[in-house]
Write a protein that binds this ligand. Structure first.
Ligand code: F6P
Length: 504
């Protein structure tokens, strides 16, 4: 027994465990399919094609106890300090009506304001409104955009253009389909200090003014956790929708940040989204670890990252409507758990989050799957598909789509033996499958909440604070400094030469 095992290090059992090849696991554990398949909120989670076996799940269970995952989860829902480095609660679950009653009541009041403003828009208070220019970046754009893109085909009433990038081309592309006479601007920024968002907002105001709109500011709705800053910018108080400081940007689509989506998809859809997330919240809060979808998924994540050293995790949506899911997850997972220190500020001493990447099936099969099947690295793969096919679409397409998703998982696991080394596929490559009964606001809400809780479980098991993002600040600060010629001297020769070359 190693020193660490003797001292009761919960990782020792995990690290010392010999992995059984996937194919053999199905023989050794005849019940694994049922044990590793969970049905929650209209979603089937299937983790049987991972190397998690009963002994490993026990070992991770010990880790969860040692890290007091249950206690951390209670704190999250109780609204106490979950974001240790910034000394505040993480209150996104309250937006779904879960947890601490005071936060829940506050969130409900803000949702009420949001709804009243939507009613006012629909009642003509802003004149004729046909479209929305949603301005925001990172968590202030990715979530609403995912909702709109996933559900908008069936539910969309207003056309929404989402503008995030500071690139002038992005601005032109976003306003191009809009008529300034009938467009409303929804500016979303938790801090209301983000340079990209403020510059895009200024350009949007100019765009309205140039089109002859008398009161461009009157067409702007600001969504922020820093209302004073929005007021200073010139937005009238009646058009500022606040949200709680404890709602992190990448966890914020449930709050007023989801305004454009709630307006375009309808209030009922927004409520159903919250209800679906709440159902996942209850599951995460109450189910024992071995039957808890976010926790089980986190166990597998840690197995591959910590024990096998897998540096990335790939997510493929086999549904065009979920094409933005992997971008959304990149921010959620990498900004939350891409940290090298623990929540106590000590070196982590082990790898943190892997790189999340992905795309859409079947396109990705013809681009990147070669490496997944035969490359030198093991990359855990996640397939997300929807069982029900869309009304009005040829079912043959949907059938082929799903068959392809399932075939890829089977191929990764079984591989193919061949005397020809070029053709041999090693197999024993892990995948997980998430199958939504249908894609509607409720199941999408539950799916996103599943990912949030999985990120949280990963963070607690590693000892990370998933709710801060100090690393992003450095680049922002240096971009500001570079903008001032007198502050450039301290920069390296390469950066100074690039500035000179670009004539900035
Ligand atoms: O990229 C860093 C970040 O702070 C994200 O966490 C956040 O979602 C984004 O910038 C936008 O910030 P804000 O909502 O304050 O404009």
């Amino acid at each position: 027994m190693s020193e660490r095992a003797k001292s009761g290090d919960p990782w020792a059992k995990i690290e010392g465990h010999e992995l059984v090849p996937l194919g053999d696991l199905f023989v050794a554990e005849p019940d694994r399919l049922s044990r590793l398949s969970l049905d929650i909120a209209g979603i089937h989670f299937e983790w049987s094609k991972t190397h998690l076996d009963a002994a490993l799940i026990d070992a991770f269970d010990n880790l969860a106890e040692a890290q007091d995952l249950a206690g951390a989860r209670n704190e999250l829902f109780a609204g106490t300090i979950a974001n240790v480095s910034e000394g505040r609660a993480a209150t996104h679950v309250a937006e779904r009506g879960q947890g601490d009653p005071a936060h829940v009541a506050q969130a409900a009041g803000r949702h009420q304001r949001m709804r009243s403003l939507i009613d006012a828009i629909e009642g003509g208070a802003f004149g004729e409104v046909h479209s929305v220019l949603h301005i925001g970046i990172g968590g202030s754009a990715l979530g609403p955009e995912l909702l709109l893109d996933s559900l908008g085909r069936n539910l969309g009433g207003y056309g929404v253009s989402v503008l995030s990038n500071i690139d002038g081309q992005a601005f032109d592309d976003a306003v191009d389909p809009l008529d300034p006479e009938t467009a409303l601007i929804v500016a979303v920024s938790k801090t209301f200090t983000t340079s990209e968002t403020l510059l895009n907002l200024e350009s949007a105001l100019k765009w309205l003014k140039d089109a002859g709109i008398d009161d461009p500011y009157g067409r702007v709705i600001a969504i922020t956790a820093n209302p004073d800053e929005a007021l200073r910018f010139g937005i009238d108080e009646t058009r500022i929708l606040p949200f709680d400081e404890g709602v992190g940007g990448r966890y914020s689509l449930w709050s007023a940040v989801g305004f454009s989506a709630a307006l375009a998809l309808g209030w009922q859809a927004f409520e159903e989204l919250l209800e679906g997330a709440a159902e996942m919240d209850r599951h995460f809060r109450l189910a024992p670890p071995a039957a808890n979808a976010p926790i089980l998924a986190a166990f597998a994540d840690l197995l591959y990252r910590q024990k096998l050293g897998c540096q990335s995790r790939a997510v493929f949506a086999y549904d065009e409507r979920l094409r933005l899911l992997s971008s959304y997850l990149q921010q959620l997972e990498m900004e939350s758990n891409g940290k090298s220190v623990s929540e106590n500020g000590k070196p982590l001493g082990r790898p943190s989050a892997p790189v999340t990447w992905g795309g859409v099936g079947t396109d990705a099969q013809h681009a990147v799957f070669q490496l997944l099947h035969q490359g030198s690295d093991t990359i855990p793969v996640e397939f997300i598909a929807v069982t029900e096919h869309e009304d009005g679409q040829d079912p043959a397409h949907h059938r082929a789509l799903l068959l392809n998703a399932f075939a890829q998982g089977a191929a990764l696991m079984a591989g193919e033996q061949s005397d020809d080394p070029y053709r041999a596929c090693p197999g024993n490559r892990p995948s997980a499958t998430i199958l939504l009964d249908r894609l509607d606001p409720r199941t999408l809400g539950a799916l996103i909440a599943f990912y949030e809780h999985r990120v949280f479980a990963n963070a607690v098991l590693l000892g990370i604070d998933p709710f801060d993002q100090f690393g992003v600040e450095l680049g922002k600060r240096l971009a500001r400094q570079l903008g001032e010629p007198e502050s450039r001297d301290g920069f390296d020769a390469s950066t100074r030469a690039l500035i000179e070359r670009a004539g900035l």
